[in-house]
Every structure is written in structure tokens, then in C-alpha cells.
Design a protein around this ligand. Structure first.
Ligand SMILES: [Mg+2]
Length: 124
């Protein structure tokens, strides 16, 4: 059994969760178990990693434009790397990934209702 699977089982027993779905909370907790970086440079390291992985997503999509074909699984794999950095960065900031997800959806829903999904600016 993989170490990460052991962690997941232990966590689910603690929380009495019976599910096949990885929740944001569980993902964040398990992602932290694979995080290796100098703690004094955590935010810098994670921000660089996040942008680097986002660049890998962009690079694979760029090649689809160039070559007219691509590999969705490879893009999804890189999205997973982006997610890992988001989860660990959220954890370093002391913010739950689940709250970030909920707040983001609420913001977008409010923009949709106000008709301001298009446009620019953080506060619209
Ligand atoms: Mg990657």
C-alpha cells in the first residue's frame, strides 16, 4: 500500500468518512505529506512552483495550437501539479482549499448575477 493511501485511510478513519471522493480538505492534507522545500522560503518556492506548473499547462496547449493535436491526459497531469501547489500554498497561508473554492465560486456567481463576468478588476 502506498504511503499516501495509508495516510488517506488513517484520515478517513479519524473523520469517519466513507467515500471514494477525495475532498479538498483531504487533498490538502495529503498534498502536504509530499511537500519538501525550505520552510523559510515557503511562499516564494510555492509561488514559483505554481507559475512553473501553470506554464507547463500552457506549453502543452501551445503545442496543440502548433501541431493541431495534443494529449489531454498530459494536460490533466500538469493541472494536477498546479492543484498541488495551490493546495500547499493555501495550507502555508493557513487557508483551507475548500474555503478558497467556495469563495471563488461565490464571487463568480455574484459577478454572473451582476452581469460583470466579463471585464477586468478584482472588485467588480
Ligand atoms: Mg509538471
Amino acid at each position: 500500500m502506498w504511503k499516501i493511501e495509508e495516510e488517506a485511510r488513517k484520515y478517513m478513519k479519524e473523520k469517519l468518512i466513507v467515500t471514494q471522493v477525495i475532498t479538498p480538505e483531504l487533498y490538502e492534507r495529503l498534498a502536504k505529506t509530499t511537500a519538501i522545500y525550505p520552510k523559510e522560503k515557503a511562499l516564494e518556492y510555492l509561488a514559483l512552483g505554481l507559475t512553473s506548473e501553470a506554464g507547463e499547462v500552457a506549453g502543452k496547449i501551445k503545442k496543440i495550437i502548433r501541431d493541431g493535436k495534443g494529449n489531454k491526459e498530459a494536460i490533466a497531469y500538469e493541472i494536477g501539479d498546479v492543484l498541488w501547489y495551490c493546495a500547499v500554498l493555501a495550507s502555508e497561508l493557513g487557508v483551507e482549499l475548500n474555503d478558497i473554492m467556495k469563495n471563488n465560486l461565490q464571487k463568480l456567481q455574484e459577478r454572473k448575477e451582476k452581469g460583470t463576468l466579463q471585464g477586468s478588476g478584482d472588485r467588480r
